[in-house]
Design a protein around this ligand. Structure first.
Ligand SMILES: *[C@@H]1O[C@H](CO)[C@@H](O)[C@H](O)[C@H]1NC(C)=O
Ligand SMILES: *[C@@H]1O[C@H](CO)[C@@H](O)[C@H](O)[C@H]1NC(C)=O
Ligand SMILES: *[C@@H]1O[C@H](CO)[C@@H](O)[C@H](O)[C@H]1NC(C)=O
Ligand SMILES: *[C@@H]1O[C@H](CO)[C@@H](O)[C@H](O)[C@H]1NC(C)=O
Ligand SMILES: *[C@@H]1O[C@H](CO)[C@@H](O)[C@H](O)[C@H]1NC(C)=O
Ligand SMILES: *[C@@H]1O[C@H](CO)[C@@H](O)[C@H](O)[C@H]1NC(C)=O
Length: 512
């Protein structure tokens, strides 16, 4: 810089060796124009100016003078160096540091060893004329007794305390210490931290809306007294259920009981509930019901209870099925399956000889039970068969079993028309219908003759008739024989025959 300046000056000097004014001269680094020159703007030829080092800088030799010659300044040889204050010295029981150095504007920082307190300035600056202040001193730390605490004391008690000595605080009975229980003599000659205070802690009778005290009831509530609350029916704790008497004579945390409400009750498959609302009050009930073909198992009604939960748990809807329908005596049912769906029907029927009494068809219904109840099979019996005119039946009984037959017969002179035998059948009726007895057209004698001439049958009655016929014929034969013998005798004695003939014809009529 200086060199360039010098060369430029020489050049201008060589070109213009004429009498010319100079403009304001520029010195080297860290230097300023001295005295009144500093105020001028132009300098006549031949003017001599003097430079000086800036504040904080000192001359390191060289001429400070420059002369205006032919419009330019002769070079300045002055050198300016920054002022160096050098070390400030030592501090007993302390240290001196120079974070930047010891030159102009730099600072010396003084610290005392632990247990020593600095008296004086802890920072000293290097100025134009050297260090600005004298060094401080490090004095041994000692503390005066700490301030007295109302309703409390500390120990040990002493006139003066050395560095790091500790005092312990305590409060009188019934008082609570608020703050640090101990303090120590610190660097600045005071006890730290600040002394505690002794406080008489008294909390008011605890009170929580919609709740009652369950534990911790006392006459007075001192520091740390704990009470537990329980919400009244229908209310629920929103947070903790116990609180403590804190140092500020206030209960903490605050407790609150909020009205219990329930959200929607649980849904049930194949079922529904009512009423359907977004929120239910405590104690409110909800009724469940199942869809058709489902039956409810569990509690039909649930109630909004503690903790906002419906109790008891929800029921379930179970598909209704029926097991086998009841069996009946002398009857059966169909179809026969392991399980029947809701609404499915079963048909009953009775064995032969039995008749069904009650519902023939039963249906799988609610509760898995077939309704109506099963029918019964009653043994079929018949009452007396119908009587017929001029005829009778046998056997004659109070009642007849199913399948039992009854024989009809007609009186003498009547002929049977229709089925001779009828059978006790379904519905207690004899089938087929009864026969009728029709008056015979042939006279009774003819009937007898017909009877006699009839070929013998295996029938006992016929045999009887035949025996009678044979007996009549036999007797007639004997009589005829006797009559013949008598006739012969009479003929022989000469008597009349017609007297004897009359009885014979009488006998014949009686016999027929
Ligand atoms: C307890 O000490 C702290 C800190 O010094 C203070 O803020 C508070 O108010 C004190 N409590 C009472 C109840 O005095
Ligand atoms: C019963 O619920 C089941 C499962 O949700 C479903 O598959 C079925 O269809 C329902 N039955 C009726 C009759 O709605
Ligand atoms: C209750 O009502 C809501 C809105 O109407 C409906 O979406 C929901 O299915 C209903 N629930 C029952 C169980 O009825
Ligand atoms: C009808 O039921 C009864 C009782 O079980 C039984 O003794 C009787 O033999 C049954 N009748 C027929 C024809 O099976
Ligand atoms: C109930 O069961 C019957 C018989 O199984 C069936 O026909 C009907 O569709 C069922 N109803 C419902 C609503 O599931
Ligand atoms: C036949 O029946 C009719 C009507 O009951 C009766 O009047 C008549 O006397 C009966 N005949 C004989 C021979 O019993």
């Amino acid at each position: 810089m200086g060199v360039t300046y010098f060369l430029l000056c020489c050049l201008s000097l060589a070109i213009t060796a004429q009498a010319q004014d100079c403009s304001r001269p520029v010195g080297g680094p860290n230097m300023v124009l001295k005295d009144k020159d500093i105020l001028l703007e132009t300098f006549p030829d031949g003017t001599q100016v003097t430079f000086a080092c800036e504040v904080g800088y000192i001359s390191a030799g060289g001429s400070a003078i420059s002369i205006c010659q032919g419009g330019s300044w002769t070079p300045v040889r002055l050198k300016c160096e920054r002022k160096n204050c050098g070390p400030i010295g030592e501090v007993e029981n302390g240290n001196v540091d120079y974070p930047e150095g010891t030159e102009f504007g730099d600072r010396a920082v003084i610290t005392c060893h632990d247990g020593f307190i600095l008296v004086g300035k802890d920072k000293i600056y290097c100025q134009d004329k050297g260090w600005a202040n004298r060094l401080p001193v490090c004095e041994v730390v000692s503390c005066d007794p700490p301030p007295a605490v109302a309703d409390g004391t500390f120990k040990p008690v002493s006139e003066s305390y050395s560095y790091r000595d500790v005092v312990q605080y305590s409060c009188q009975k019934g008082y609570t210490l608020n703050g640090s229980i101990s303090a120590s003599c610190s660097d600045d000659g005071t006890f730290q931290p600040a002394p505690p205070s002794c406080i008489m802690v008294r909390c008011s009778d605890p009170q929580v809306d919609n709740a009652e005290l369950t534990e911790g009831s006392q006459r007075v509530y001192g520091y740390m007294a704990t009470v537990t609350f329980k919400c009244k029916t229908g209310f629920m704790m929103t947070g903790a259920n116990s609180q403590r008497c804190e140092i500020n004579s206030q209960w903490s945390p605050p407790l609150s009981c909020k009205l219990i409400t329930c959200k929607l009750p649980p849904t049930v498959e194949n079922g529904s509930f009512s009423p359907n609302k977004t929120s239910y009050n405590y104690g409110e009930a909800v009724q469940y019901s199942c869809q058709k073909n489902y039956t409810l198992s569990g509690a039909k009604s649930v109630t909004c209870s503690d903790n906002g939960i419906f109790t008891p748990g929800p029921p379930t809807c179970i598909l209704i099925t029926c097991k086998l329908p009841p069996t009946i005596e002398n009857g059966s049912f169909s179809p026969n399956k392991a399980s029947y769906n809701y609404g499915e029907a079963v048909q009953y029927s009775c064995q032969k000889g039995y008749t069904l009494s009650g519902a023939k068809s039963v249906t799988c219904s609610d509760n898995g039970i077939f309704t109506p109840g099963p029918p019964t099979c009653i043994l079929i019996t018949c009452k007396l068969p119908p009587t017929i005119e001029n005829g009778s039946f046998s056997p004659n009984k109070a009642f007849y079993n199913y399948g039992e037959a009854v024989q009809y017969s007609c009186q003498k002179g009547y002929t049977l028309s229709g089925a001779k035998s009828v059978t006790c059948s379904d519905n207690g009726i004899f089938t087929p219908g009864p026969p009728t007895c029709i008056r015979s057209t042939t006279p009774p004698t003819t009937t007898t003759t017909t009877t006699t001439t009839e070929p013998p049958t295996g029938n006992g009655e016929t045999v009887k008739v035949m025996l009678i016929v044979l007996a009549v014929i036999g007797t007639s034969g004997i009589c005829l024989l006797c009559a013949f013998c008598i006739y012969k005798k009479k003929r022989g004695s000469g008597r009349g025959g017609p007297d004897k003939e009359a009885p014979k014809s009488e006998e014949e009529v009686a016999l027929s």
